[in-house]
Each structure stands twice: as C-alpha cells, then as structure tokens.
Design a protein around this ligand. Sequence first.
Ligand code: UD1
Length: 379
Amino acid sequence: MRIVNIVGARPNFVKIAPLIQAMTRRSTFVPTLVHTGQHYDQAMSAQLFQDLEIRPPDFNLEVGSGSHAVQTAQVMQRLDPILEALRPDLVLVVGDVNSTLAAAITAVKRGILVAHVEAGLRSFDRSMPEEINRILTDAVADFLFVTEESGRVNLMNEGVDPARIYFVGNVMIDALQSSRPRWENSSIFHTLGVEPGSAYAVLTLHRPSNVDDADTLANFLEAFETLARHIPIVFPVHPRVKQHLIRQGYGGDTQADARDLLRGKGIVYIDPLGYLDFVALVSRARLVLTDSGGIQEEATMLGIPCLTLRDSTERPITVTHGTNRIIGSDPARILDESLQTLRHPPRPDGAPPYWDGHAAERIIEILDAYRHAKGSTPA
Ligand code: UD1
C-alpha cells in the first residue's frame, strides 16, 4: 500500500513518528513523507525530526508563513503534482492544522483515499481555525481514526457512516511512551539550573485568540506575573507570541538569567524546546498552564496537573479521566485555580481507553486489512 503521509506543523511531527515507524516495519507498506514547510524554524521543525527519529521528508513544499488562505492554497498547489506523479493508494493526514485540511482536499479531489488520524475532536468553537480544519477534513476523509470516545460520538452526531469510524487510541501517547528512555535522560534541568525536586510550572501559549490581541496578552502576563511570585514559571515562547512579547518589552532571557530566575521566583522566557526536553520538563512540573491541545493529553498521561487557558476543549477525556481543567482567560481565576491546584493536585483516573502505546499499530492493521480485502499489491 503506497501511502503519502503529510506533516506541516509541530504537533504533526509527534503524531507521524510512530505511524511512519509502524509502516516501515511492514513490507506491504511503502510510505512517502511530505513536509509542507508550514513550520520551518530549527526549533519548530528540524529539532523535532531529530528528537522523534523521523527520517527526512521525501518532499518539502516550503510553504512557510502566510495567511490561512495563502498557506492552505500553497499546500494544495504544491502537493497536487506530487500526488499526480506518485498516484498513492492513500493520503494520511494528522491533527487539525492548515496543512491537514489542504492535503485532505487535494487528495480527495484526485480520487485518492484519505485517512485522518485524530478525527472527530470538536471544541464546538468555530472561531478557532483548527475547528474548521477538523470539520472539513473529517467531511472528506474515508478512514476516521479517533483517539477518544467523544470523537466517535461527535462523528455519529454529524451523521457519519459508522463503518468509516475506528476508535484506535492516541498516537501522541505512542510517541510519549516509546521515547521515554530518551526524555528521561534530557539535560534540560541542568541547562536551566533546575535542582532535582524543585517546584516550577510550565506555560505555553499560542492560540490566536489568546495572543494576537495586545490587551488579552497583557492580561495573561499580569496573571502569570502574580502567579510567578508563588512558583517560578518556565515559558518556552512560540514564534507567534515572541513578536508580540518583544513589542511589549518582555522576553529575551539568556540561560544565565533563567538560572537566576529559577532560584528565585519569576517567569523564565526561553526559546521553544525540542520534544524530548519539553516532555522532560513537563514530567517533573508541579503545574502546566497551556492553550495547546496535545499538551493537555501529555499532561494527563504523565499525571501532571494541567490548567487549560481556553473556554473549551476538543479533548474532554483529559478532563473526565485526566488532570485537566478548563479555566478560560480571566486573570483572577488563573491565579485562584493555579494556587488551589498546587495545594490539592488532581489525581488522574487511569489512562484513557487505548492510550497504551499501540495506536499506530492498530491503524496500520486496519489499513493492511483493507489492502488485503481489496487485493491491492505493494508497489
Ligand atoms: C499552528 C496550527 C496550530 C498548532 C500550532 C502548533 C494552524 C491553523 N494552526 O499554529 O493548530 O497548534 O501550529 O505550533 O495550522 N512561525 C515561525 N517559525 C516557524 C513557524 C511559524 O516564525 O517555524 C511564525 C509564523 O511566521 C507565523 C506564526 O509563527 O507568524 C504562526 O505560525 P502558523 O503556522 O501560522 O500557526 P501557529 O500559530 O504556529
């Protein structure tokens, strides 16, 4: 089965790593890897490939930054001739970024089967670009691989044929578990000067609704500064946020500054971390504050208390089973909830169903069974 796998942005790399590995283990699969180039910095892209031991992409579309329309259109325009030349049996997309949607539409219009990994998640907030990407990708995908029960229910409620839906678990957790020996050996604690056992929180922020408006961002920073008087906060700054922060006079810490800050209290602004260093940092944190989707899931699996700085989550299992709470963006609430969580950390209720490190294998098994049934032969 010839499969073109699409990645574009940071969370995609984490999801594709176990899938490419599982495909490579089977002689009946011929995987091709296409990087759209949506994320292109060393820290946002190359470092993740290295950390997750992903082989270099066969194609890089180099679309880079741009408006949603430009980014989506350029992926479509540059991917189309590749699909025309390769004529794969299937295009596999992951997650909910612009590259995911663009590749799914390009493939389906060529009559190529589409598999969507992480299908069915819904925040029910259509102002999020990712929600639009999820809805549209699911509408055209032939194989809908879901990570949690809510995904299956949402798709059924949208009238999707149940035969297209497969509850397989979470490939992000596959990546987390298989790389454990390496992230447990991360030198990030040494780099930041974090003593073993010392208390700190980890913060990430990048949603357009949270960071693009100067007043909203300033409100967040006020809350974090107050919280940082109680516990130091390590803040790996996403490029989207960096430009806003610099404009407002924040950021730019050197490693020496970071050490000083961690010894006392404060916010430590650092560049985005690689996968292994970031997971290592989260794994020993007292608290995670985030607006990311994947980090809610990773915190749940690691048993680290997580406060989500949004009004909704498309990953409700992290709240019902995990350590996650949805707290919005009000500064007083952020402080209250953080202090309460530090005093009374929630306990996870066991791993969610199928979050067992074998999701990628299940997906490949399903695709292989389909190939077998159709009698398609490997290239
Ligand atoms: C994208 C995804 C989001 C995902 C996030 C993870 C969409 C709609 N959004 O958001 O779902 O959670 O990635 O990080 O697809 N930039 C750099 N260097 C890079 C990449 C981006 O400087 O390597 C800058 C861009 O110039 C742009 C900003 O960061 O100004 C945002 O990048 P973009 O890809 O548009 O969206 P993200 O906010 O990263």
